[in-house]
Design a binder for this molecule. Structure first.
Ligand code: ADP
Length: 273
């Protein structure tokens, strides 16, 4: 039995390795805490790359709160399968999306999922989804350092690295340190730390108010010797965009916040490939 399971695991890993070879860059978006804007960053990063003509996949493995379908106006989409292959939802010709949300009948379903079940689903996402050739696979991972990021990092084996999203307050930052140490332990490179909800720009007068303070993420990144990607201000239109399924970076591309997003994405050489 042990021998059989070992062989099966090795076969599955080989299928995953072969599939993942067709994807140039695999990037995890992580955060220490929920609610810091991790999914918003993952979705807007993916949209921005797709708008530049890159072939992009966005994979949402946030089992307890899959928000990608809502952010991209894809809630209620049902998945199709051809034989054993799962067809991801297509936002456009060069942008494929897969979310755990497409597999749940209702939001409460996820509550009963335990470790091994989550593991199985994550494996299926890599092994059975028809990703094809991609420039980028952006993975929206649940907050913290639990089973899901651990499983996917191990299954991917050669992910390019993690973008870590935080807000500037001290409580959020202490969790980010844990996230950075987690990546170090798993030898996953840190692409950079992104400070979200960093200051509020008054839409009338342009004055900046640091509602949650500002600069904490930058200071912490320096202390921990990891790259800092930039500060994304608070913009109430992000909430509106997320709630109505209009990708912010596309529909509000001229705002200072959207420009800050694009700058932050541009700061990592990976995305310029
Ligand atoms: P997480 O994935 O970390 O749990 P979300 O991406 O779901 O967080 O974001 C939480 C809420 O914060 C959402 O309502 C989102 O629209 C909002 N949000 C995220 N970033 C910003 C920002 N820079 N300005 C204003 N609202 C934001």
């Amino acid at each position: 039995m042990q021998e059989y399971l070992k062989k099966k695991h090795e076969e599955e890993q080989k299928i995953i390795r072969d599939k993942m070879k067709r994807i140039k860059h695999k990037i995890l978006v992580l955060s220490g805490k929920g609610g810091v804007g991790k999914s918003t960053v993952a979705a807007n990063m993916a949209v921005s790359l797709a708008l530049e003509g890159k072939k992009v996949g966005l994979l949402d493995i946030d089992i307890h709160g899959p928000s990608i379908p809502g952010i991209l106006n894809l809630a209620g989409q049902k998945l199709e399968a051809v034989g054993e292959t799962i067809i991801p939802v297509k936002m456009s010709e060069n942008f494929k999306v897969m979310s755990i949300g497409f597999m749940l009948n209702n939001e409460d379903d996820a509550l009963i999922w335990r470790g091994p079940m989550k593991n199985q689903v994550i494996k299926q996402f890599l092994k059975d989804v028809d990703w094809g050739e991609l420039d980028f696979l952006i993975i929206d991972s649940p907050p913290g350092t639990g089973d899901e990021p651990l499983s996917i990092i191990q299954m991917l084996q050669d992910a390019d690295g993690a973008v870590i999203v935080t807000t500037p307050q001290r409580v959020a930052l202490s969790d980010v340190r844990k996230g950075i140490n987690f990546c170090h332990k798993l030898e996953l490179p840190i692409i950079g730390v992104l400070e979200n909800m960093s200051g509020f720009i008054c839409p009338k007068c342009g004055e900046v108010t640091d509602i949650f303070k500002s600069g904490g993420g930058e200071k912490m990144a320096k202390e921990m010797n990891v790259p800092f990607l930039g500060k994304i201000p608070i913009d109430p239109q992000i909430v509106e965009a997320c709630d109505s399924g209009k990708p912010y970076i596309k529909h509000f591309s001229e705002t200072q916040t959207a420009k800050a997003f694009k700058q932050a994405i541009g700061r990592t050489n990976l995305f310029n490939d």
